[in-house]
Design a protein. Structure first.
Length: 355
């Protein structure tokens, strides 16, 4: 049987096949490079979006929902806590707070005053310039942060603020450790709080660092932003009563801008008991009658023996968390626990919690 192709034709076919393989190889490389480029571009866009979400800062934004003001401030890291406004009626939420009757009256009075002044403006009547900045004084765990969130939303309802969110910080979030760090920190905090409220807990600590500290720079920067953004920024400072008065008196600018004080009284034993019951309801627990009587006795004793560092609602939260832990330890030794078993806090659980 004769050959189908001559030697010259076979050589030509071999060259063509080789060229095809080379072309396919080149195309494969180009496709992989293109894919890598798109992935790199996507990664770049992702990083860019993440940076934008952090508003150009190194702070961590922790979005938290409404709750009882019983959180201890985070002093181990610089953190901005942003509380977004909820859809609930802030006036109703104010009335639902346990205790704090004098605080509620002050907030209602402030809201009424603003409403009337707004009505005067609408009628073309003169209206005195108002300072919406506030000083909250009182012990830890007395609801200052919670009321600040409510005030922010009331200000939004009155048309003072466009957004009504609250940004919470303290000394660690405002003062830097080195030259040139403090002013940018304060400015970033103020930027994040624009159209809302900047809440500074334990604000007196800003000026307690001594001569080598940058507290005065933080206060000066804050005062400038309060003036430059007076229509977009409300500042609420909070802390112990005597320390806050001393803090405001350290600077004439603070005195002129903070002229409305709201004092938060400590909770009574009955109010602390109601707060404990609130934790039970929210977390689907019940308490035995013996446990209830014991709890009332212990809360009364705690109030009688309290010092200035008594945590109020924070103290109750800690007791609640310890009680449910003790209940869990007790139930772990049993089998076939019913729903009633899993929800009931007994006397023995509370006795262990108070040890």
């Amino acid at each position: 049987m004769g050959n189908f192709f001559t030697s010259k034709q076979i050589t030509t076919i071999a060259i063509c096949v080789a060229v095809i393989f080379v072309v396919l190889g080149v195309l494969t490389v180009l496709i992989e490079v293109s894919d890598d480029g798109e992935q790199t571009e996507n990664n770049t866009e992702t990083r860019y979006d993440s940076d934008n979400n952090q508003q150009g800062s190194n702070y961590k934004f922790d979005i938290k929902s409404e709750g009882v003001d019983d959180e201890a401030p985070d002093t181990d890291s610089d953190e901005v806590k942003v509380k977004e406004p909820l859809e609930r009626d802030p006036y109703e939420e104010l009335e639902e707070l346990i205790g704090l009757e004098s605080v509620k009256e002050e907030v209602r009075s402030l809201a009424n005053y603003v409403k009337v002044q707004k009505q005067r403006e609408q009628q073309g009547l003169k209206s005195p310039k108002l300072s919406y900045h506030l000083v909250f004084t009182g012990s830890p765990g007395t609801g200052k942060t919670t009321v600040a969130r409510i005030v922010a939303r009331i200000y939004k309802d009155l048309g003072i603020l466009k957004k009504g969110h609250l940004v919470e910080t303290d000394r660690s979030g405002l003062i830097g450790q080195y030259v040139g760090q403090t002013a940018p920190r304060v400015n970033m905090m103020c930027d994040s709080a624009l159209n809302g409220v900047l809440f500074i807990d334990e604000a007196y600590a800003l000026t307690q660092g001594g001569q080598q500290d940058y507290g005065d720079e933080a206060v000066a920067t804050l005062l400038k932003r309060m003036e430059d953004d007076r229509d977009r920024l409300v500042v609420i400072v909070a802390g112990y009563t005597d320390e806050m008065k001393d803090f405001i008196n350290t600077n004439p600018g603070l005195q002129s801008r903070f002229n409305r004080y709201i004092n938060f009284p400590d909770y009574t034993p009955a109010e602390l008991y109601d707060i404990f019951l609130m934790y039970l309801r929210k977390n689907q627990y019940n308490i035995s009658s013996e446990g209830s009587s014991y709890l009332k006795q212990q809360l009364k004793k705690a109030v009688e023996l309290k010092d200035r560092n008594f945590g109020n609602a924070r103290f109750v939260r800690n007791v609640f968390e310890k009680a449910i832990q003790c209940q869990a330890n007790r139930l772990s030794k049993e089998q076939n626990n019913t729903a009633d078993d899993l929800t009931l806090i007994k006397l023995e659980d509370l006795k262990q919690a108070f040890k």
